[in-house]
Design a protein around this ligand. Sequence first.
Ligand code: FAD
Length: 271
Amino acid sequence: MNRFEYAMPSTVAEAVQLLGSNEEAKLLAGGQTLLPTMKQGLAAPELLIDLNGIAEVGQLTVLDDEIRVGAMCRHAAVAGSVAIREQAPGLAELAGMIGDAQVRNRGTLGGSVANNDPAADYPAALLALNATVRTDRREIGSDDFFAGLFETALEPGEVIREVSFPFCRQSAYVKFRNPASRFAMAGAFVAHHADGVRVAITGAGSDGVFRWFEAEEALNEDFGEEALTGLAVDPYLMLSDLHAGAQYRANLVAVMTRRSVKFAAARSEPE
Ligand SMILES: Cc1cc2nc3c(=O)[nH]c(=O)nc-3n(C[C@H](O)[C@H](O)[C@H](O)COP(=O)(O)OP(=O)(O)OC[C@H]3O[C@@H](n4cnc5c(N)ncnc54)[C@H](O)[C@@H]3O)c2cc1C
């Protein structure tokens, strides 16, 4: 690892100011991605700005119609929240499926969505739940946030404060894990909102997370797994790597989505 300076601000404003002070500075959340890339020499920041001392981004707030998850909330906190399990069960189950206990106790929502790994789980929740990302300077809707493999709408120096997830009627997340890393080889998040269904697929698309609009259309007609009979994603738009070929991933997408619809449809709507 290269030598670097280290700072631990106590407010987001301070973090933004430090980030603007050095082009080679990087934010440190749980370090689950950043530290391994530094150890491998793939990243060499001159300044690490540790967000762990900022209380304002660690809150988890349940309002009347939405849940606000601070950027520094650990996956374990989201998985273990009784309020989230009641109001947004798909979100809690997704967080509980990330990695292993160590990863869930260090990894954060902000780090995961800023990184936008094509096999990460959270991007599917943001897209299906129609979430809003709040940064130090603006709000970004999830449809505008993810911009391809490891790319987001975040500008240089921008810090995620929190993500708000509106309540929906029913939701579920199902993924086919890579047996080694537990990242998704295909994951389907289905959210049944009062004004329509949203289906988001992670782990499979060659351009990262995406909405499966044909499935949404079919489920808007009839919210049940039978509505998906005969529907498939285009294998030419799927990832192909040593873990799984594109055709196999396309099949996984259909199977994971059907299962996710089945679980969501069986859930009673939150009061
Ligand atoms: C063994 C292992 C297994 C894993 N399995 C899964 C899995 O199954 N599913 C899954 O989804 N993920 C998985 N992960 C990823 C993990 O869940 C973390 O969410 C992810 O690695 C990001 O880590 P972090 O939150 O610690 O962020 P860091 O590594 O600290 O940061 C990641 C990036 O985000 C930037 N960043 C951090 N916070 C902010 C912020 N508030 N605003 C702007 N930019 C920010 C950092 O500068 C850095 O570039 C796994 C990781 C490991 C090591």
